[in-house]
Every structure is written in C-alpha cells, then in structure tokens.
Design a protein around this ligand. Sequence first.
Ligand SMILES: NC(=O)C1=CN([C@@H]2O[C@H](COP(=O)(O)OP(=O)(O)OC[C@H]3O[C@@H](n4cnc5c(N)ncnc54)[C@H](O)[C@@H]3O)[C@@H](O)[C@H]2O)C=CC1
Ligand SMILES: CC(C)CC(=O)C(=O)O
Length: 367
Amino acid sequence: MEIFKYLEKYDYEQVVFCQDQQSGLKAIIAIHDTTLGPALGGTRMWTYASEEAAIEDALRLAKGMTYKNAAAGLNLGGGKTVIIGDPRKDKNEAMFRAFGRYVQGLNGRYITAEDVGTTVADMDLIHEETDFVTGISPAFGSSGNPSPVTAFGVYRGMKAAAKEAFGSDSLEGRVVAVQGVGNVAYTLCQYLHEEGAQLIVTDINKEAVNRAVEAFGALAVDPDEIYGVECDIYAPCALGATINDETIPQLKAKVIAGSANNQLKDTRHGDIIHEMGIVYAPDYVINAGGVINVADELYGYNQERAMKKVEQLYTTIETVIEISKRDGIPTYVAADRMAEERIARIRNSRSQFLQNGHHILSHRISR
Ligand SMILES: NC(=O)C1=CN([C@@H]2O[C@H](COP(=O)(O)OP(=O)(O)OC[C@H]3O[C@@H](n4cnc5c(N)ncnc54)[C@H](O)[C@@H]3O)[C@@H](O)[C@H]2O)C=CC1
Ligand SMILES: CC(C)CC(=O)C(=O)O
C-alpha cells in the first residue's frame, strides 16, 4: 500500500502507529477529518490477516466516522483505532494503558470508545491515562456500553426503511435475517422479537447463536447461508463488505438495514442494490446511535436527551430516502451528500478568523 497516496486520495489528516513491546500493543489511530470537531470513533481489536489489512480497516472506518458524525449532526470529526490482536487472548491491562497514553498524546484531537473486540472495562483502563475516552463505566458519569443504544437506532432506522419498502413501518410478522448476533444485534433482536418479527440468525460463534435461538425462538443458519434465506430484511451486524458481488445475487430481502460499518464492499455495490429496488439504509446513518450516545458525554451525559436524538434516526433515514427519490440517486450517495454538504458549510464558515483562547502574539511579550 502506498500510504501517502491513499491518504491524499481521501484527504486523511493523520495516522499514528503505536507500539509497546512490553504489553504487545500494536495499534493504528487514523484521523480522517476534524473540520466539525475532534475526531471521535471507537477502538476495534481484531486478528488481521496482515498489517496492511489492519491499516486499511483503520482508514476506512475513520472516514466512515467523519461521515457518520456529520450526518448525525454531531460537532465531531472522524477517527478510529484498530489494535492488532485477538480480543479473547491478547488483552492485558498494560496494553490499554499504553494505548491510553498514546490517545492522551493527541491532546483531544482524537476521542475513543468501544468497537468490535473492546469493552467498557477496556475503556476504563484507557481512562486511567486519559480523559479522551467515552463509553467508560457509568460510575464515572459516563454513558457506559454504547451497543444497546446503537441497537435502538438501528431498530428505528429499520422501521423507516420498512415503511418505504412495504408501506408500513410495522415489523410484526416480518422476517429479518440477522448476520452476527453480538453486542448490538442481540439487543436489536430483542426489539424485533418484542414487535413480533421472525428472526433468522447466524454467527461464527455458536454460543451467540444459541443465545438468540433460546431467547427469541430464532431460526439458526450457517454463516454462508444467511444471504440467500427467504426474508424481508437483511440486517448485517457483523463485519464490513458483506454486500458484494458474491452475496448480492443471493439476496431475497427488500430492505438492508443493520449495524455493521462499511457494509458495501465497493460503492458500485450500492448502485447495484439500488437498481434492484432494495431499500438500503446507509450503514453510517443507521448505526449512529452509539456515537450519538457517547458524544452526549461531552455535554454532561443525559440519557433522556441522548435517546431522544437516537430515536430521530427514523427521520434521518426518511430524509435520506427522500433525497434519494428526489434526485434519483442511491441512498448511500444521498447520505454522502448530506454529510459532505454539512462539512463544507462549516469549513467555509471558518474563513473568518476568531482568536481561540491562545493569544497568537503572546510569544512576543518580553520577559
Ligand atoms: N457496538 C456499537 O455500538 C457499534 C457497532 N457498530 C458496528 O456493528 C457491528 C457489530 O458490532 P458489535 O455488536 O459491537 O460487535 P460484536 O463483536 O459484539 O458482534 C459481532 C458479531 O459478529 C460475529 N461475526 C463476525 N464475523 C462473522 C461472520 N462472517 N458471519 C457471522 N457472524 C460473524 C461475531 O462472532 C460477533 O458475535 C460492527 O461492524 C461494528 O463496527 C457500529 C456502530 C456502533
Ligand atoms: C461509540 C462507538 C461505537 C463509535 C464508533 O466507533 C462507531 O460508531 O462505529
């Protein structure tokens, strides 16, 4: 990978490589754009096939956070971290503390939180070294685990997408195929089950599947089978790039609405599903509940206020669908436009200089 070429192409601001031999920390912090504010995005811990794959994931996820935060109306830029390692075997206290010191070194340009493979307990360790971390234990006045709130947002967005596809936002009797029943999807399944949806689930982790089968009477299928099952809605809630050349021909769903980041392998896959008449709720719009929730901590966390904002993801998905229909463009393009227009507006409005607290000529004062 020619990294600077890539950074230039998508206009990344900064990439930080963090290494701590003693604890085994190998992390990449990617900061995409801080026009709207400090970059906020979670820390993923995953066993990557190569260092290049880890760098690529960090970069793609960071850019997604820029768009997510912009589309959600947050005054935050986009960034993300990946830690290379197996979250079940390679974690240790020193690792997260070392990582916390790297975050502190960025002095607020980047604020972290949970993502796949990291937990509230990990965030608490990071918090030992820096304040620039959210999603820590509620005992600290924090919002805690963002996953259930992400799930609520996905549920709300799914209803809005269903209304477009089926003429009603009721999910009663709808068949929803859920890929990956981890932190977010388990709570999503709870909402869907309570509304009377039928669930088909899959996961590479058998325990996760069994939990959903027992709790919600879900039908379990093998990971490769989920794309082709007869269903109304496909909810990708595992990792990214599952909407691709191999899976699209198998899809029977009329709606795609799930929590996973970077669901489209390539933008052209968004064009293909649009032409097929599938209502696609863009990933970074529908899965913004978690970041909306943790971002509320920056104002002094208020759960009621945060949940009201997350509930509004229904309207945001409606707006994206309206723009898509009005302009005859796929929903992922409509969402990108919404985010890019907001960033451009703020970037332009910053053309007037405003002194920001540090007297710019202070160094001239004679001592
Ligand atoms: N946790 C949150 O608040 C947010 C999560 N997301 C995204 O939502 C997705 C899920 O996140 P979490 O629930 O937190 O992660 P998680 O790690 O708790 O759940 C993911 C599940 O997917 C399963 N999985 C992985 N590969 C699979 C495959 N090929 N087929 C079937 N199952 C597979 C895993 O075994 C795991 O149970 C991720 O893409 C994450 O980036 C996005 C926004 C916020
Ligand atoms: C609070 C986090 C879950 C934010 C994030 O990394 C995401 O939305 O993907």
